[in-house]
Design a protein. Structure first.
Length: 179
């Protein structure tokens, strides 16, 4: 994977949590298991180049209104094993973790402030779910003026057709670079 990491580029790892990745997880995304190694290689490369790695993580209360509003089963509940980042991608010293309550990593979080403080202008997105949390984070990033790339073999959807639709929307509507 050819990515030119400059000092203004960060990797976002979105929702690679136990409840999404593991078999039997509360909101299992089976295809997420197939992108773990690609994400691990990417974040290792980014760290070697001195680029920040930021984990964007669902973090819900047990009675979070999102569960009822959108029909999702309870998932990524604070303090549970399901809310933990998978061990294969374990954060390292210097990595950042941003908790979110809904689809976008920017909505009511400190992500934009962290990025601005670090002088970040370019984002490389990975994780799950392509057509939900990755898409909405990409949209909010583009609307805030960030240059956004999405690693095609580093994102996973609930269904292949939704995954492909998410990639098409990001590319054709948002101008995201699919790499």
């Amino acid at each position: 994977m050819k990515i030119n990491f400059e000092n203004d580029t960060a990797v976002l790892v979105i929702d690679m949590l136990e409840d999404f990745v593991r078999e039997g997880g509360a909101l299992e995304v089976p295809s997420a298991r197939g992108v773990i190694e690609n994400i691990r290689e990417l974040i290792g490369y980014a760290r070697r180049k001195g680029s920040p790695v930021i984990f964007i993580c669902d973090s819900h209360e047990p009675d979070d209104p999102e569960f009822k509003k959108f029909g999702w089963p309870p998932h990524a509940v604070k303090g549970t094993t399901g809310a933990k980042i998978i061990w294969e991608l374990e954060p390292q010293p210097g990595d950042k973790i941003v908790e979110k309550k809904t689809y976008s990593g920017f909505f009511k979080t400190n992500l934009e402030g962290i990025l601005n403080e670090m002088g970040i202008k370019k984002l490389v997105l990975t994780g799950c779910v392509t057509h939900i949390c990755v898409l909405f984070t990409a949209s909010d990033a583009v609307l805030r003026g960030f240059e956004v790339s999405v690693v095609e073999k580093g994102v996973a959807g609930l269904a292949e057709e939704d995954h492909q639709a998410g990639l098409r929307i990001m590319k054709n509507v948002l101008g995201v670079k699919i790499i």
